[in-house]
Design a protein around this ligand. Structure first.
Ligand code: SF4
Ligand code: SF4
Length: 79
């Protein structure tokens, strides 16, 4: 099972809680302002995400959505 996340950069207030919470180092801070004048969080290494949702739980702005996806392995079928 792999995780995926989406960060709403316009909702983000740049608190970095998600960066500190992520055990996989998936999230970094952007160097470009959002429309509110904050440096928002952004996804850096999505392939590392395990879908634990710690980032979303920490976010005070509810700017992060997390979901899990079955890995696409045809070989797993029919066994
Ligand atoms: S769901 Fe977990 S692994 Fe994925 S970005 Fe959030 S804290 Fe990191
Ligand atoms: S926890 Fe939420 S508000 Fe804070 S930096 Fe991460 S996405 Fe932005």
């Amino acid at each position: 099972m792999k995780g995926k996340i989406s960060i709403d950069r316009q909702l983000c207030k740049g608190c970095k809680y998600c960066v500190l919470a992520c055990p996989k180092g998936v999230i970094v801070m952007d160097r470009e302002f959002n429309s509110s004048g904050y440096f928002p969080a952004k996804v850096e290494t999505l392939e590392m995400c395990n879908g634990c949702a710690l980032c979303a739980q920490m976010c005070p702005e509810i700017a992060i959505v997390v979901w899990k996806e079955e890995e696409q392995t045809e070989a797993a079928h029919g066994s």
